[in-house]
Design a protein. Structure first.
Length: 124
């Protein structure tokens, strides 16, 4: 049996602002935007090439906006990811070389943090 992680909530304070940031600046694809009821709007976004999506969470979980830390995406080239993000107006961190990968990252308007890793395999 396959167990697939497919949806991660990201707590935000303003759905429209968060959607604009993730779609227009970061480059996520807007999959769904449905108002379920006056207190619940379901906005699902997917990073390019990812099998896992995020849902912008305003009233779905008890998490406060900005409390999702440690989200991580993997890319083939951290420098290219950094250049793409900064060219779109995202305040991404400089690429950092670590023994387990090369990293950049960013913080969304609510304070949720993302790491972007280029996996580095040991030689030999």
């Amino acid at each position: 049996m396959d167990w697939k992680l497919e949806l991660v909530p990201v707590p935000v304070g303003d759905i429209d602002r968060a959607k604009a940031f993730y779609v227009d600046k970061v480059g996520f694809h807007a999959d769904h935007d449905h108002t379920v009821n006056p207190e619940l709007r379901f906005v699902q976004l997917t990073p390019p090439g990812s099998a896992c999506s995020i849902v912008l969470d305003l009233n779905m979980t008890p998490m406060e906006p900005g409390t999702q830390h440690g989200l991580q995406m993997v890319v083939g080239d951290a420098d290219e990811a950094y250049r793409e993000l900064t060219s779109r107006g995202v305040d991404a961190s400089e690429v950092q070389d670590l023994p387990w990968g090369r990293f950049t990252g960013f913080t969304d308007p609510d304070g949720n943090t993302w790491a972007i890793q280029q996996i580095v395999y040991p030689s030999g």
